[in-house]
Design a protein around this ligand. Structure first.
Ligand code: AMP
Length: 410
């Protein structure tokens, strides 16, 4: 299938050509015709599957030409995602006179107020700040007839659902609503019932979007050796750019400090850093000023960073879908990437949940020339039955780890 078969307006088709998109991705092929027909759509697709274009293009097509009041609202859980999505809208609408604006908290109000005054067609926003601007009447949602709730499960995790509901109450009843979410927990199902009309579900297979081009490996190690193993992995792998994921902000800061001490060109993003610091870190990483980006899940969710050769999970993620999101940073656009996860004895259950979620067993490896200290995770007597009970048959044969060398990309 080709993009021109959707029959987009010429200005949009020109932008698609300029971006070099040839064929629609699976989520685009499924969602675009439905959204063009005006249907409500629930999409299960990870970031990296092209889901932004899947909703942005049909909405821009329906908007047509510029009008004063905002007619499209996209809600995102984080500022970074909001910025990135709005950048995409700009790229797609560059040959039209449609205008978009991004609205998020943690920065001054003036610029966002001025943009609203000038008149916009598309608002991409995080819920909190948008609600402020709706309440002080800077923003009217009375004409917002296209609504997208992106990463809805993450908005739920972050406690945004009450704000989202209040925002929805300000939108017209006659509207088109699209919702994207990796999972549909009960609270999202309730929201769907309340906010959507006969939605059609489209899904992209999670296993495939967990990146068939990525090689996954677990590195079991004693808790006290995590930092040493991390530095050894960085030394060992032929990486060009790497993102290291940590579970907590504090943990991310500690890892960042460890890397700085070891003279790595590193930077860090998490939600306690200012918007300016986060943007500076991301820009620096994209422009290769930094080779290593340390991040928490929330800060890194969905970021479109091309050409990351490796992802290292310093901590095993608590939610299996975060594993898929993290790994989605590498192996994009069919380049191969490596995903390495450092696991300790206490992570066995989390790892089992991940393996169930991705429907794949992740091999355990030992790093060559690294002096391992004893940990219960190497104890075959424990691992045997434990692995059968919890890891569904992934057996770690004691001492039988394959060696991690010779498989890296140059
Ligand atoms: P997303 O999942 O929306 O974050 O998109 C991930 C990346 O894929 C972005 O860099 C997009 O520009 C790119 N992309 C989206 N759709 C296509 C397509 N049909 N062909 C090639 N690249 C695409």
């Amino acid at each position: 299938m080709q993009f021109h078969e959707f029959g987009f307006r010429l200005a949009l088709q020109d932008a698609i050509n300029a971006l070099g998109y040839k064929e629609p991705t699976p989520i685009q092929a499924q969602a675009i015709p439905l959204l063009l027909e005006g249907k409500d759509v629930i999409g299960s697709a990870q970031t990296g599957t092209g889901k932004t274009a899947a909703f942005a293009l049909p909405i821009l097509h329906q908007l047509g030409v510029h009008a004063r009041d905002p007619r499209c609202l996209i809600l995102e859980p984080t500022r970074e995602l909001a910025v990135q999505t709005e950048e995409n809208f700009r790229k797609f609408s560059r040959f039209t006179d449609l205008r978009s604006v991004v609205i998020y908290g943690g920065v001054g109000y003036e610029q966002q107020r001025a943009a609203m005054k000038a008149g916009v067609d598309v608002i991409v926003a995080t819920p909190g700040r948008l609600l402020d601007l709706v309440q002080d009447r800077t923003v009217s949602l009375a004409q917002a007839k296209h609504l997208v709730l992106d990463e809805a499960d993450r908005m739920l995790d972050m406690g945004f659902l009450p704000d989202v509901k209040r925002i929805l109450e300000r939108c017209p009843k006659e509207r088109q609503t699209a919702l994207f979410s990796a999972t549909i927990p009960p609270a999202i199902a309730t929201l769907v019932k309340w906010a959507m009309k006969d939605p059609v579900r489209v899904a992209v297979d999670i296993e495939r979007s967990a990146a068939s081009t990525v090689k996954h490996v677990m590195y079991p190690v004693a808790e006290r050796q995590k930092n040493d193993l991390l530095l050894a992995l960085l030394e060992h792998a032929h990486w060009e750019s790497v993102i290291i994921f940590c579970r907590t902000k504090r943990g991310a800061d500690d890892v960042f400090a460890t890397l700085k001490r070891a003279n790595h060109k590193a930077t860090v993003i998490h939600s306690d850093r200012t918007q300016g610091q986060r943007q500076q870190a991301l820009d620096g990483f994209k422009k290769a000023r930094y080779e290593v980006l340390v991040a928490t899940d929330i800060a890194a969710r969905g970021l479109d960073i091309a050409d990351v050769t490796h992802v290292i999970n310093y901590d095993v993620p608590e939610h299996p879908e975060d594993y898929v999101h993290r790994i989605g940073r590498t192996g994009r656009a069919m380049t191969t990437g490596d995903a390495m996860t450092i696991m300790t004895a206490s992570d066995a259950q989390l790892v089992a949940a991940i393996e169930r979620f991705i429907g794949q067993k992740v091999p355990r490896e030992k790093l060559e020339n690294f002096t391992y200290q004893y940990t219960a995770i190497f104890d075959e007597a424990r691992l045997g039955p434990l692995s059968e009970r919890r890891v569904r048959g992934v057996k770690l044969s004691g001492g039988g780890y394959s060696i991690g060398g010779g498989r890296r990309r140059r």
